[in-house]
Design a protein around this ligand. Structure first.
Ligand code: COA
Length: 369
């Protein structure tokens, strides 16, 4: 029997700085009333200059490891799903690997925009059920505030910064991620895009003048697409898990827009009280929204062992997907983690590795003049 991927640790990190709709209305022509009535968003968190996608990811990851009572060295795999990576390459996942000291883990980024966390969860689950990986860390992390045009009221009102992480561990008992579906439709790639800075439009003065380094969106079309696919993929994932919608205790949707979520729930005939929504306080955190909502649902007492949950997302690509999870909670480890100490060890380790690399290069240069 293939092992199941249980969610045994979870963590989140959001910047302290909160940007309210009232503050936004001083920056662009908008109002709290307009934003709240169209999106359900009241405020969002914005990274300070020294915070980055990787630094938020590290914070969320160490919290998830603390709850799972695992050391970073126990990890076999790190996936960072992000729409705002630190660089095109290296992968943000490698920066996280170094900063937490995950000495045995493979690490890569996954780009499926706001559906990225569902995709990453599924990929890590498949790696666990194949037997090639025992313990994985899946992270959704964003600093989208760096990629939106703060003069464009169509987009800047929507997004926020933050990170969320899950630890997945193999176990024989049936629980954890029971099923997942992933879908895409690249014919809609122009509906939500950040066109500049890649190989199609490498950064030049012209691309910057045209604002190609900012998020561009056709809001109405994205709205129509999202309402359609959320209910479809939820139904597919639930059926794949051998369950019915009545068996689902909680839906944790991608937190993009209250009206999108309400329409999807109506189509599915799921009452609003069986759905967790926190977008009023965060806006759209892209890949981080589902793990952050999961952490808050747990803290609010909405997740109990044995509960069946649907996580469902959609985003640029176009991409969409859903996963059904039976909540199980941490295994009964006894190890206590001290995140500050782990960070220090990882920094020392990274420093020594860099130093050794320089010494090695110097010696190689002397021997091969
Ligand atoms: N404040 C005030 N007015 C605004 C505004 C803002 N922030 N943004 C747009 N408007 C204006 C438009 O200019 C337009 O004015 P006009 O009629 O004079 O041309 C009017 O409001 C209606 O614009 P429209 O784009 O049709 O609004 P909408 O009802 O579709 O709402 C969104 C816009 C963006 C809130 C909505 O389309 C949406 O949420 N779409 C999904 C986006 C999303 O979730 N993206 C992320 C996916 S992962």
């Amino acid at each position: 029997m293939s092992p199941y991927a249980h969610i045994t640790g979870w963590g989140m990190a959001v910047p302290e700085r909160v940007l309210t709709n009232a503050e936004l209305s001083l920056m662009v022509e908008t109002s709290d009333e307009w934003i709240f009535s169209r999106t359900g968003i009241r405020e969002r968190h914005i990274a300070d200059p020294e915070q980055t996608t990787a630094s938020l990811a590290v914070e969320a990851s160490l919290e998830a490891l603390r709850i799972a009572r695992l050391k970073p060295a126990d990890l076999d795999l790190i996936i960072v799903a992000t729409s705002s990576p630190e660089h095109i390459f290296p992968a943000t996942a490698c920066l996280v690997q170094d900063r937490i000291g995950a000495t045995k883990a493979g690490a890569f980024d996954l780009l499926a925009a706001c559906s990225g966390f569902i995709y990453g969860l599924n990929m890590a689950t498949q790696a666990i059920s194949s037997g090639s990986v025992h313990t994985a860390l899946v992270i959704g992390a964003e600093t989208l505030s760096r990629l939106v045009d703060w003069k464009d009221r169509n987009t800047c009102i929507l997004f926020g910064d933050g990170a969320g992480a899950f630890v997945l561990q193999a176990a024989e008992e049936r629980a954890g991620v029971l099923s997942a579906v992933m879908r895409s439709d690249g014919s809609g790639s122009d509906l939500l895009t950040l066109p500049g800075g890649g190989s199609r439009f490498p950064t030049t003065i012209d691309t910057v003048t045209q604002g190609l380094h900012y998020v561009q969106m056709n809001g109405r079309e994205v709205f129509r697409f999202a309402t359609r696919v959320m209910s479809q993929s939820t139904q597919e994932a639930v059926a794949k898990a051998g369950l019915r919608l009545e068996d689902i205790q909680l839906v944790i949707p991608h937190q993009a827009n209250q009206r999108i979520i309400e329409t999807a729930l109506k189509n599915l005939e799921i009452p609003p009280e069986r759905c967790f929504i926190n977008l009023d306080r965060y806006g759209n955190n892209s890949t981080a929204s589902i793990p952050i909502a999961t952490c808050e649902a747990f803290t609010a007492g909405r997740l109990k062992p044995g509960d069946n949950i649907v996580m469902v997302g959609f985003g640029a690509g176009l991409t969409w997907g859903a996963a059904v999870v039976e909540w199980s909670g941490p295994f009964h480890g006894v190890r206590k983690l001290r995140p500050a100490r782990l960070r220090l060890y990882a920094r020392i380790r990274s420093f020594i590795l860099r130093l050794l690399r320089r010494i090695d290069a110097w010696m190689w240069g002397r021997n091969n003049p």
